[in-house]
Design a binder for this molecule. Structure first.
Ligand code: DAT
Ligand code: MG
Length: 245
């Protein structure tokens, strides 16, 4: 946690406990500290002026019983604002993205919702999705790094044999951990609990694809999606999935 975040949380806590003691002096002291901190770190945090404005409004009533309550409410707002600021920071940092595709076997076997829900429940965010039947040429582009392998032709025939659910998922560490959720290439070697371990038996029908590193993720997202198809948004759950204590 950054030093300024620690200071903010300490200030918010002290304001709250001062309001519980209902001592105007303690309140004022705590308020002064919070206000000073808000001013101090205002530069880097867009949401702080709002938090500060709420706080100053509440402070008019600080000497009555209601005042303690009114001061505590802005403190709570303040802490919420801090959490929201963190969510905004998480967003601004542009979280990692990976390309995930349910191959024709997974689609035909009715495994879309099962697979999507595993990524969703983990906490990753869906930023693009479409169902398409890729041409064989497209499949060859997608698997270009395997063009010298004996199974390349059959693999490309298979990928272009029916609908593929193409997706982009976003989240901290999603490229590497997405591969963990998927399991080993050969379902015989995939651990139980993984997608391939639970839902597939042979390597040529292993139901799902996932990018294997940052470079391939970037290339595969660019191959399968137009930039405008990637939807950037803040998920309501984000502040509960990512956080600091
Ligand atoms: P992964 O899909 O786990 O990234 P990969 O990139 O090595 O694995 O291979 C791409 C796909 O090719 C894989 O999902 C299934 C197929 N494949 C891999 N090894 C194979 C083999 N030995 N025989 C037949 N198909 C194979
Ligand atoms: Mg691969």
């Amino acid at each position: 946690m950054s030093a300024s975040r620690k200071l903010f949380q300490a200030a918010a806590r002290s304001l709250l406990s001062a309001s519980q003691r209902s001592s105007p002096a303690a309140l004022l002291a705590a308020e002064g500290r919070t206000a000073a901190l808000a001013t101090l770190t205002n530069l880097g945090r867009k949401t702080l002026p709002t938090a500060y404005a709420y706080h100053k409004q509440g402070s008019h009533h600080a000497s009555s019983g209601w005042g303690a309550f009114a001061a505590a409410v802005p403190a709570a707002v303040y802490m919420l604002q801090d959490q929201e600021a963190h969510a905004a920071e998480v967003n601004a940092a542009e979280l990692e993205r990976t390309f995930i595709a349910i191959k024709p076997d997974g689609v035909q076997r009715g495994l879309i919702s099962e697979i999507v829900s595993r990524f969703e429940r983990k906490g990753y965010k869906l930023v693009a999705i479409k169902l398409i039947v890729p041409s064989k040429e497209f499949a060859q582009k997608h698997y270009h790094d395997l063009k010298d392998r004996p199974f390349f032709n059959g693999l490309c025939d298979f990928l272009s044999s029916g609908p593929v659910l193409a997706m982009v998922w976003e989240g901290e560490g999603v490229i590497k951990y997405g591969r963990k959720l998927i399991g080993a290439t050969d379902p015989q070697k995939s651990e139980p609990g993984t997608i391939r371990g639970d839902l597939a038996i042979v390597v040529v029908r292993n139901i799902i694809h996932g990018s294997d590193g940052p470079e391939t993720a970037k290339d595969e997202i660019a191959l399968w999606f137009e930039p405008k198809e990637l939807v950037s948004y803040t998920s309501n759950a984000e502040k509960w999935i990512y956080g600091v204590n």
